[in-house]
Design a protein around this ligand. Structure first.
Ligand SMILES: Nc1ncnc2c1ncn2[C@@H]1O[C@H](COP(=O)(O)OP(=O)(O)OP(=O)(O)O)[C@@H](O)[C@H]1O
Ligand SMILES: [Mg+2]
Length: 231
């Protein structure tokens, strides 16, 4: 069974239609890439999937394994859409610790491992208000998977990351996939999609169209999924 299914989902804002009767299924254990121009509705689609927003028509179905009650918050989802409300006067570690206390109970060692996995030092005393854009992005990534969330909904996960960090996070996502976790991500970089994704979808003319990975730029000369070597 698919982890997420969209059934004829429509969404409009102030009479302007964004998505019209969109249907799609996202299979478990795969990486699914969503592309589309600015303003086409990628972030809105992710908010609908996470239940932060309701469709005007249609249904968003989540595999009950990942959801306590129908329509409720999917507990096993790790999400980056809007940046979490960090406490600017606290360190990155303290912020993650606070989120972990709210949502469940993971050990301090797990928080440290998540930070290290994205190249953040858990021991740095630097407050989040002094974090660079890339560091904030890494903190958002760490919170999305630190509790071993099985479904990751990542809106532009590579935003603001330098080349080395991009390679590191790509490797990490492939490791998560190998563990059987399911990932939906958006990116404006065809290279991210080409290297990571098992399926690619494009929002076009208010529809979500499944595309061929081979249509992506520069895919002609390299295999679709290729492990990064420069980590
Ligand atoms: N809560 C809202 N109320 C009104 N309009 C909204 C709301 N959320 C999004 N929109 C509009 O929906 C459209 C799609 O927005 P969305 O953020 O999903 O685009 P996107 O594909 O993620 O773009 P980008 O590539 O720039 O991130 C935009 O025109 C946006 O202004
Ligand atoms: Mg967006």
């Amino acid at each position: 069974m698919s982890v997420i299914e969209l059934r004829q989902v429509s969404k409009a804002f102030r009479g302007v239609s964004l998505l019209e009767e969109v249907s799609a299924e996202f299979a478990r254990g795969q990486i699914h890439g969503i592309t589309g121009p600015n303003g086409s509705g990628k972030s809105v689609l992710f908010r609908l999937i996470c239940g932060f927003m309701s469709p005007d028509h249609g249904q968003v179905l989540i595999d009950p394994t990942y959801q306590k009650s129908p329509g409720g918050y999917p507990q096993h989802f790790g999400i980056i859409i809007d940046r979490p409300g960090y406490l600017a006067g606290r360190t990155g570690y303290e912020n993650l610790q606070r989120l972990a206390e709210i949502r469940g109970d993971i050990s301090s060692e797990q928080i440290r491992q998540a930070m290290e996995a994205v190249g953040l030092s858990p021991d740095t005393r630097q407050k989040v208000r002094r974090y660079s854009l890339g560091m904030k992005q890494k903190l958002a990534l760490a919170q999305s998977f630190m509790e071993h969330q099985q479904v990751l909904i990542l809106d532009e996960p590579f935003n603001a990351l330098d080349d080395r960090s991009t390679a590191q996070v790509r490797e990490l996502l492939l490791t998560f996939k190998a563990q059987g976790r399911t990932i939906l991500l958006t990116s404006h970089n065809p290279e991210d999609i080409r290297r990571l994704c098992d399926s690619v979808w494009k929002i076009e003319d208010r529809q979500l169209k499944q595309g061929a990975l081979t249509d992506l730029a520069s895919s002609a000369t390299s295999p679709i999924v290729e492990k990064e070597s420069e980590v």
